[in-house]
Design a protein around this ligand. Structure first.
Ligand SMILES: Nc1ncnc2c1ncn2[C@@H]1O[C@H](COP(=O)(O)OP(=O)(O)OP(=O)(O)O)[C@@H](O)[C@H]1O
Ligand SMILES: [Mg+2]
Length: 225
């Protein structure tokens, strides 16, 4: 399992047609996430937490500096290669759900990896049961509740067994049982040498999980153990 290192990362969103000024989110951000640990990231709205998660999954690329997975600069890695290492449940999970049927959503990534369709369907059905999603197996993914979408996105990511699991405010919309289930998965991943980054506004979560806190301030970062 590999560490993920942000080395002097700068990132800005380009300006819009109406407002041409670009939006600087990070400048000189340096931070290493070590596997075998849970990190809880917090910070005010708009400070860049979701942007950090998207940079770590390669959905966004740094303007300056570099992000390494182990020794490899992510800029030279394809998204499917990065996906073997990092899986993200997005803050707005409906954005990452692309299939109509939940079972196909979970199977999609597996088939993309080269698994036979029948086998992928079996794994997906087991994952639906695991995340208590069998009742909604026939509901279109875009019609699911937010909590159901988070569980489906989590199931879709978890079957791919990434080394790093990123949860962008995913816990706050889960009921107690689902929250425990997801946290069990995180604990299991970490026991097996993987790592997790949980973005959350909860002050107690890092304490509850014995996690390392990352506090992001606008344009900067500080780490508190
Ligand atoms: N696609 C985009 N284009 C332009 N600006 C963006 C875009 N996405 C985010 N931003 C801006 O970048 C900054 C960081 O956004 P980001 O979503 O990473 O914040 P966040 O810390 O996740 O906030 P929240 O707690 O509300 O989820 C914000 O000021 C936001 O308005
Ligand atoms: Mg966010």
């Amino acid at each position: 399992m590999r560490a993920v290192s942000f080395e002097s990362v700068g990132f800005s969103y380009p300006g819009s047609r109406q407002d041409k000024s670009s939006k600087q989110v990070f400048e000189g951000l340096t931070l290493t996430l070590v596997p075998g640990k849970v990190y809880v990231m917090s910070g005010p709205n708009g400070c860049g937490k979701s942007t950090f998660a998207k940079l770590m999954t390669g959905m966004l690329k740094p303007d300056s500096g570099r992000i390494l997975i182990g020794e490899n600069d992510m800029v030279w890695m394809g998204l499917s290669d990065i996906g073997k290492h990092v899986g993200l449940v997005m803050q707005n999970p409906s954005r990452q759900l692309i299939m109509q049927k939940p079972v196909d959503e979970i199977a999609f990534g597996l088939i993309h990896r080269g698994m036979q369709k029948d086998e992928a369907a079996n794994v997906a059905k087991a994952a639906l049961r695991d995340y208590k999603l069998t009742e909604i197996a026939d509901t279109p993914t875009q019609k699911l509740s937010k909590g159901e979408q988070v569980r489906l996105a989590m199931a879709s990511v978890a079957v791919l067994e990434p080394d790093w699991l990123l949860l962008d405010e995913s816990l706050s919309c889960l009921d107690g049982a689902s929250r425990s289930k997801v946290l069990d998965k995180v604990a299991r991943l970490v026991r097996h040498g993987g790592g997790a980054l949980i973005i959350s506004h909860s002050k107690d979560l890092a304490y509850e999980l014995g996690a390392i806190r990352i506090l992001i301030e606008r344009g900067g970062v500080s780490v508190v153990v």
